[in-house]
Design a protein around this ligand. Structure first.
Ligand SMILES: CC(C)(COP(=O)(O)OP(=O)(O)OC[C@H]1O[C@@H](n2cnc3c(N)ncnc32)[C@H](O)[C@@H]1OP(=O)(O)O)[C@@H](O)C(=O)NCCC(=O)NCCS
Length: 245
């Protein structure tokens, strides 16, 4: 087994960072969970929720253990706890001390995504399946400006852009720590992306019209999933935290 310390440092020292994991890679032996996390897991009854929650913890720890902040310390996965703060947003603790990082999680279709950024940055991420969205969905959840952009696109491209816009909205509402309790139309997304450009990180711009905060958003396809990482203030494209545990 390779040590995470050998190969984790392909990343920028300033962030943001990202990492994905597959559910199949989550160890079935649960000694990588902290005791607080094991107690939490024991309270989860719905199988899908248990799987998503485990995938989220594994992906977060996998990212944190490769993060430059932990590079010089001897840390085992069970020394870390990833738990919700009072507002629901995840936070990471190392032996009960909060780590100075912004952390965001998403899980979809057996994939887990974690975004990390320095604690003075807001950060959010989301994974979404690219799919057609009805015109009712567009008018309920997208601003007039976004709908005009989407309706000017051919159908196939529209599905992809609409999915990226949705993932950017959800990522931003996670970065703001409110989630989908808020009206998604307050988040205004735009992009000059061409079809095919989402094979690599492609820039989107995001404005929260309520707080007037600007976000930088980066989107790319990961297999069939649209992947988005957002930060405020806007930042360079996310660096992958690479290597196996
Ligand atoms: C946050 C939210 C947008 C996530 O959307 P989703 O499509 O279900 O799930 P994703 O896989 O993309 O993201 C899930 C992660 O979001 C994170 N999250 C939850 N609440 C959050 C918040 N207020 N702010 C930031 N992140 C949050 C969690 O880390 C969660 O993963 P975990 O529970 O395994 O730790 C959604 O759950 C939400 O809006 N929650 C707040 C409102 C609420 O509590 N509604 C009750 C359920 S309808």
């Amino acid at each position: 087994m390779r040590s995470y310390r050998e190969d984790r440092d392909h990343s920028s020292p300033s962030g943001p960072w990202w990492r994905v994991e597959r559910f199949e890679k989550v160890p079935s032996e649960l000694d990588w969970l902290s005791s607080e996390e094991r107690r939490h897991l024991n309270r989860l009854r719905v199988e899908k929720r248990r799987r998503d929650w485990l995938l989220g913890r594994w992906t977060a720890k996998s990212a944190l253990l490769r993060h430059p902040y932990l590079s010089s310390s001897s840390v085992e996965p069970c020394d870390l706890t990833v738990r919700p703060a009072a507002d629901g947003a995840p936070e990471a603790l190392l032996r009960n001390r909060r780590l100075p990082v912004s952390l965001s999680l998403s899980h979809r279709a057996g994939w887990g995504l974690c975004a990390l950024a320095p604690e003075d940055m807001l950060a959010g991420c989301d994974l979404e399946v690219v799919e057609a969205r009805s015109s009712g969905f567009l008018s309920d959840y997208y601003s007039d400006e976004e709908q005009a952009i989407l309706r000017s696109e051919p159908d196939l491209h529209m599905d992809q852009i609409a999915t990226f816009f949705w993932a950017a909205k959800e990522s931003t509402l996670k970065a703001l720590r409110v989630g989908l309790r808020a009206d998604t139309r307050r988040i205004q997304v735009s992009s000059s992306a061409e079809p095919g450009t989402f094979g690599r990180w492609t820039r989107l711009t995001v404005q929260d019209t309520e707080s007037d905060l600007s976000f930088g958003a980066w989107g790319r396809m990961l297999g069939a999933l649209a992947t988005v990482v957002v930060t405020s203030p806007p930042s360079r494209e996310p660096s992958k935290l690479d290597g196996g545990l």
